[in-house]
Design a protein around this ligand. Structure first.
Ligand code: SF4
Length: 400
């Protein structure tokens, strides 16, 4: 599903005079927080402004080594682990690259673009995501300006990713010193190119997920739904727990990549729409009234999808240390999934410690439950979808 962006921004845009611009400009972007859901956008955006694709450079994924080497003495005062890790990414981009960057670009994301946009109250980022770049910057200017010392221009605009016209104003203002003569129209066009590439990437991921789910259902093979925020895909934040589960033989689908095609959504949600309990495929208002946060909304919707899809026999919840945004969602997410018999497991309080032993024990436990119960769970979910009340009753009784 493509989210509408701008109408023909490219058609109206005159070619910009780029003669004053550095053709070899290198832009460094920390691979943090919501960069895990928008990297294609930023790469294509800067390419459209004239930066060579190979010169849009991302820091590596979060790791112990990165944090030890580059964030020593620069740490942010924040109990949120994903925010704390930003310092290591800044340090790597400032001093860890063979070929230095000219610009360190780290947007403060106020709102996000979401396929749930018109079905929810708002699509805001977490307040810590908004403030994270600023608190990390503090560690690099406390005892002298480390950006200036490395010859790097620090650019960190507030961005409303869900509002293209406002986003174009924010980015034009912040980036004009880097791209002399940058116009509002040129930025708009770059935004359109950015979303095009991100949408193509998202559509491919969703298509792959659709094929996997179809195959699993056809072969009565259980799949696992991973429920987390985009940065839980970062090996240093989510500790690659999904890989451990895949190693046990279960395909893992991230909630961010679930398929959105109408036929499938009709199958999962059509009955509720017809009987008036849901307003649309994307309605979550009956289970989540305070739908202000983009990532939380999508997580709740993914739980609802997972609860209904017959191939998803289990869901695994990821959450980082002391996440205040996640606390109120634990019970609804678990209830949504268990209401239709989907197994629910969670890895909460993820932080710097990678407890390999306990992760192994827990993945073996998940595997054990799936081996014992997945067939009955999948049969029951299929019967629920087809409205076969007798089969649901029999399968529910065999559970007791
Ligand atoms: S959602 Fe939670 S883990 Fe993520 S940045 Fe906000 S407080 Fe931190």
């Amino acid at each position: 599903m493509r989210i509408p962006i701008l109408r023909n921004a490219s058609a109206k845009t005159p070619s910009a005079d780029r003669s004053d611009r550095n053709p070899d400009l290198r832009v460094g972007i920390p691979r943090i927080l919501n960069q895990w859901s928008t990297p294609r956008f930023w790469t294509a955006f800067f390419e459209e402004l004239g930066v060579k694709r190979r010169n849009v450079v991302y820091s590596s994924a979060t790791s112990d080594a990165q944090q030890k080497q580059y964030s020593q003495g620069r740490g942010a005062v924040d109990c949120c682990y994903p925010v704390k890790c930003i310092s290591g990414h800044y340090g790597e981009l400032l001093t860890g690259l063979k070929k230095p960057v000219d610009v360190l670009f780290s947007p403060k994301v106020v709102s996000l673009r979401s396929f749930l946009g018109s079905h929810v109250v708002d699509c805001l980022g977490c307040p810590r995501v908004m403030a994270g770049p600023e608190s990390a910057r503090g560690g690099f200017v406390r005892e002298g300006d480390s950006f200036a010392a490395s010859g790097v221009r620090y650019v960190s605009p507030v961005v409303n990713m869900s509002e293209p016209m406002l986003l174009a104003r924010q980015l034009t203002k912040a980036l004009e010193p880097v791209f002399p003569g940058l116009s509002h129209d040129e930025t708009l066009r770059a935004i359109e190119m950015g979303w095009r590439e991100q949408d193509d990437f998202d559509a491919e991921s969703r298509e792959v997920a659709h094929e996997v789910l179809e195959r699993c259902e056809r072969e009565s093979r259980p799949a696992i739904l991973a429920l987390g925020r985009p940065y839980h895909m970062d090996p240093g934040i989510g500790h690659e727990i999904e890989n451990e589960l895949q190693a046990c033989g279960y395909p893992v689908i991230w909630g961010q990549h679930l398929p959105l095609d109408t036929q499938l959504l009709d199958r999962l949600f059509g009955k509720d729409i017809r009987d008036g309990s849901l307003a649309s495929h994307f309605d979550i208002s009956d289970v989540w009234k305070s739908s202000y946060s983009a990532n939380t909304n999508e997580l709740i919707w993914a739980a609802r999808f997972g609860a209904r899809h017959p191939a998803i026999a289990a869901a695994v919840r990821f959450s980082s240390y002391e996440c205040g945004m996640d606390q109120p969602t634990y019970t609804p997410v678990q209830k949504i999934l268990e209401a239709r018999g989907t197994l629910f497991f969670s890895f909460q309080d993820l932080d710097a410690t990678k407890p390999s032993g306990s992760v192994r024990i827990r993945t073996e436990t998940i595997s054990y439950y799936l081996e014992r119960h997945s067939k009955r769970i999948m049969d029951r979910k299929r019967a629920l979808l087809s409205g076969d009340a007798e089969k649901v009753r029999v399968l529910s009784e065999s559970d007791e």
